[in-house]
Design a protein around this ligand. Structure first.
Ligand code: PD2
Ligand code: ZN
Length: 286
């Protein structure tokens, strides 16, 4: 694991571009639209604009962040850096309070990683994200990976991993989405985004009907690429290098940037990167 400030490494380019657009007379709403058209997540684009351009004076308004909800959380009360799950021992490699993030070592065996990649490979398609207008799926330039979803419990291996996740995070299997597998080839990346659904987007109510908000993510690394591909949290200055079998957990108790969970997958520079993602919902996911 390496930690460095991505605010200094990545965001300046974007900020320079925003400033250049504003100087050329482009209105903030049009800059926002151009960013979204080129694949930036709406919430990320709005945050970047707000942090870069001077804000017009306005009357003081109370904070609008909604209240917090219960989230998945591993039991880390013991002094030992090893967790004894029903079917496996897992190492706690680091833990962070804000954003709430924990890195686990040895969550999956190498055989399990290999089996997941082999099962997923013939079913991979260009990744999609949720369409902000309709709540349906769309191909998005911000995410240049290939992906697929396993249905919950669709094979004994999937069931075993889902039960292990439920035990680790103390969150019912039924409140999890199906396991997603992503493969990034050299040059592919996943631009910074939030995993929760943006309450300001018109498509969000339709998505929330299937089990409420996402409240946590477990990102499992199925291999280590030869170069690049770290998972990065720009606002926290945190960078996690993929390692086969490791799993990165983070939670967000409200759909708000104050959770500090803005994160992305840095470009893979050599080889391939494979991950499995489990998103956890507030309620039963149907
Ligand atoms: O592959 C990653 O590192 C990554 C980064 C950000 C995956 C996801 N988000 C995701 O699956 O949500
Ligand atoms: Zn994500």
């Amino acid at each position: 694991m390496q930690i460095r400030s991505l605010n200094q490494a990545v965001m300046p380019e974007l900020r320079e571009w925003i400033v250049a657009q504003a100087r050329a007379g482009v209105l903030p709403a049009d800059i926002l639209e151009a960013m979204q058209a080129s694949g930036w997540d709406a919430a990320v684009a709005r945050t970047a604009l707000a942090q870069t351009l001077p804000q017009p004076a306005r009357a003081a308004t109370p904070p609008t962040a909604p209240g917090s909800v219960p989230v998945p959380e591993p039991d880390l009360r013991g002094a030992s850096p090893v967790l004894h799950l029903p079917d496996r021992e897992v190492q706690v490699l680091f833990r962070l309070q804000r954003p709430r993030a924990v890195l686990f070592g040895g969550f999956l065996s190498h055989d399990e990683c290999n089996a997941l990649m082999a099962l997923a490979r013939p079913r991979l398609e260009r990744s999609q994200t949720v369409d902000r207008q309709s709540g349906g799926a769309e191909v998005n330039a911000a995410r240049t990976s290939d992906g697929m979803f396993f249905a919950r419990g669709e094979a004994p291996l999937i069931q075993r991993i889902e039960q292990r996740i439920a035990a680790l995070l103390r969150w019912p299997v039924e409140q999890g989405e199906g396991l997603q597998i992503l493969r990034y080839r050299a040059g592919a990346q996943y631009r910074p985004h939030f995993d929760y659904f943006d309450p300001a987007q018109p498509g969000t109510p339709a998505v929330l009907r299937r089990g409420g908000q996402r409240v946590g993510t477990l990102l499992m690394y199925l291999n280590a690429p030869e170069g690049g591909g770290a998972t990065v949290f720009p606002d926290a200055g945190l960078e996690v290098a993929p390692a086969k079998g490791h799993a990165l957990f983070f939670s967000y108790d409200r759909p708000d940037p104050s959770t500090g969970t803005l994160h992305g997958g840095a470009p893979v520079s050599a080889g391939e990167k494979w991950v499995a993602t489990k998103w956890l919902r507030e309620r039963v996911f149907v």
